[in-house]
Design a protein around this ligand. Structure first.
Ligand SMILES: [Zn+2]
Length: 319
């Protein structure tokens, strides 16, 4: 293990190392880590599914979730859940916390999820009852106000983007200025956009994971050029970070270049799709703060907060 790796592994004791052996460390450490990004975060991809909390029992009741966000500086989150009751409960809890004087309670940006159960993942795009459920939920709204979007939904076969319910919901989202959160491949991005009245020119679509199968950077870039309101969410994105000589992870060169080329088009998210992701919520957010700190401050601030704030009309002045 290199000395620099030892240094990283025992970071809490870094001051001891620095005090005792500063000149030695400076001599063998190739470059210093930038300070982690310290501003607000917007979690653009969050689930509050029934196994986290079903309304009565579960390891992560709303108070636990809000506490995790507060201690990580997460000031707003795109919330959706299977079934939608979880989003409703989280919206209610955040509002109550704010009224009780916990002004730090994060803002809930509720999205209608298309899933009542796991079976719906495979059939929602052609199931008329999915559409009925979405319409009823949109009409119902949430304690945090009207729904702001639709998703996350999955398309495991891109051709299913042409299913009748998928086509109808994309047209609805474009017409009603609802944001879409979609876990799809690059082919399905084109197909979904084609179903909108604007042919994708005005649809605000957050591409979950920005291509989880590792869509090439050049293709991501081409889609961002083609659809001016397409946004990339970066959880689980293959190739985003690389092992650093400094001992941790840092942005890989081609992704760093892409983020710098499109500083207003990317966001970060937790994707709490299983309870384990809640257990590691702190580490996930610390990981984002680490590589964000390696970017120019204005770009880091955009990806962490401003891009989502512009999408959802939140204050750009959030601290
Ligand atoms: Zn997800």
């Amino acid at each position: 293990m290199a000395s620099s790796q030892i240094f990283m592994r025992f970071r809490p004791f870094a001051h001891v190392f620095i005090a005792r052996a500063a000149s030695f460390l400076i001599a063998i450490t190739p470059a210093a880590w930038a300070a982690p990004y310290a501003g607000p975060l917007l979690d653009a991809h969050l689930h509050y599914n029934e196994e986290a909390w079903n309304g009565q029992v579960g390891p992560h009741p709303p108070g636990d979730v809000l506490e995790r966000m507060q201690r990580n500086g997460v000031k707003a989150m795109v919330a959706n859940s299977r079934p939608n009751d979880g989003t409703q409960a989280l919206a209610l809890a955040a509002g109550e916390a704010r009224q009780a004087g916990a002004v730090q309670a994060p803002k809930v940006l509720p999205f209608v999820r298309l899933y009542r159960n796991r079976a719906d993942y495979q059939s929602w795009f052609r199931d008329a009852s999915t559409d009925e459920m979405v319409q009823a939920e949109l009409a119902r709204g949430t304690p945090a106000g009207p729904y702001r979007g639709i998703g996350e939904f999955h398309l495991y076969d891109s051709n299913d983007a042409n299913g009748p319910v998928a086509a109808k919901l994309m047209a609805l989202a474009d017409a009603r200025a609802l944001v879409v959160l979609a876990h799809v491949d690059d082919v399905a991005i084109d197909l979904l956009m084609a179903h909108t009245p604007s042919k994708g020119q005005t649809l605000r679509l957050i591409w979950a994971h920005t291509g989880i199968s590792g869509v090439p950077v050049a293709r991501v870039s081409a889609l961002l050029d083609k659809y001016p309101r397409l946004m990339g969410e970066l959880s689980y994105r293959p190739g985003l970070t690389c092992a650093s000589e400094k001992g941790g992870d840092e942005l890989c060169p081609e992704w760093r270049a892409l983020l710098l080329k499109y500083p207003t088009r990317f966001m970060v998210g937790s994707d709490t799709w299983v309870n384990q992701r809640w257990l590691y919520y702190d580490e996930l957010m610390q990981g984002y703060r680490q590589w964000l700190g390696d970017l120019p401050p204005d770009v880091a601030r955009n990806i962490a907060w401003n891009n989502g704030a512009r999408l959802f009309d939140l204050p750009l002045t959030e601290q």
